[in-house]
Design a protein around this ligand. Structure first.
Ligand code: PBG
Length: 333
């Protein structure tokens, strides 16, 4: 068709986009089940209902139900799961001792998974919040979350997890110096081979709301808020300092959390340090999409996949996401 300018423009970005196959051919990033890590909530028989109201489609599993979901996770090609226990309120205390009971719910779950499915990775949070009646990640003394006494508790917690068979210890507590202490403690107990994935850049975020419902840790938070240990969402250089410290203390891989509002941090961390970098696409990010889809505002599958590829584009090696099963099913189909 005749136009005012003849053949113009010369560079046509749309040429490569013309066909489905050519779009695939020039694609810079691909999502694969290997990129996904599934977080799983574990409940005991007596406590906690199956469904989580603020996280549509996400369940709490009893230990007996685990085998089935782990089998499916594995068969979809997802390399690892991250376990979160929902602790009976009767077992929560201000000193969080249940966290290092070698027979606690989490350790039982790890053992059960390892007995039946040795070849799927198990990642465990190290933080006291599921076990602490104050709801904090550390020990509260005189209304203040104490750093140094918490480190001892975290080391004990990490050790029982390693002894139960956890492959990757993932400290999410944000106490100073915890990676170095935990690494040393594991090494002196002959767990040199256990990996550490540090929640290195964990922001003080309101996107954790549904997770706190899921593990029943919201509402307490005695004394100060988590702002005194998690990073201020306004800061970026500070996140890089946190990551540098954790690498120096022995982290094998690092995590940025939440994910979507912090893609810039993921990019900076990967550019600067180049080590295995993960994002946690947290509960609030998941629920936003689920509720928007339920309201008919967006297409669930498409928005899910677009969200997950953004983590790859930003430089992630993988992403913890409650969408892991749905996304892997879609990618395998
Ligand atoms: C606890 C922990 C939190 C999450 C993972 N580990 C919540 C918090 O710090 O209060 C949040 C995960 C999510 O929102 O999906 N240390």
């Amino acid at each position: 068709m005749e136009t005012l300018f003849g053949s113009y423009p010369t560079t046509r970005m749309r040429r490569n986009r013309r066909f489905e196959w050519s779009r695939r051919m020039v694609r810079e990033n691909n999502l694969d089940p290997n990129d996904l890590i599934l977080p799983l909530f574990i409940k005991d028989e007596t406590h906690g209902s199956e469904f989580i109201e603020t996280m549509p489609g996400v369940r709490r599993y009893s230990i007996d139900e685990l085998s089935k979901i782990i089998k499916e996770t594995k068969s979809l090609g997802i390399p690892a799961v991250a376990l979160f226990p929902v602790i009976n309120p009767k077992l929560k205390t201000p000193d969080a001792e249940e966290a290092w009971n070698p027979d606690n719910l989490l350790c039982q779950a790890i053992r059960r998974i390892k007995e039946t499915h040795a070849d799927i990775g198990i990642i465990c949070d190290v933080a006291l919040d599921p076990f602490n009646s104050d709801g904090h990640d550390g020990l509260v003394q005189n209304g203040h979350v104490e750093n140094d006494t918490t480190l001892d508790a975290l080391c004990r917690q990490a050790l029982v997890q390693a002894q139960a068979g956890c492959d990757i210890i993932a400290p999410s507590d944000m106490m100073d110096g915890r990676i170095g202490k935990i690494r040393k403690f594991l090494d002196t107990h002959d767990y040199q081979k256990v990996m550490i994935m540090s929640y290195a850049a964990k922001f003080s975020s309101s996107f954790y709301g549904p997770f706190r419902d899921a593990i029943d840790s919201s509402g307490f938070l005695a004394g100060e808020t988590k702002d005194t240990y998690q990073i201020d969402p306004s800061n970026s250089d500070e996140a890089l300092r946190e990551v540098a410290l954790d690498i120096n203390e022995g982290a094998d891989m690092v995590m940025i959390k939440p994910g979507l509002p912090y893609l810039d941090i993921i990019w900076r961390v990967k550019e600067k340090f180049g080590l295995p970098t993960f994002a946690y696409n947290v509960s609030g990010e998941y629920s936003m999409i689920r509720f928007a889809a339920e309201a008919g505002a967006v297409d669930l599958n498409k928005v899910m996949l677009e969200t997950l590829i953004s983590f790859k584009r930003a430089g992630c090696n993988g992403v913890l996401t409650y969408f892991a099963i749905d996304a892997a099913r879609h990618l395998n189909s």
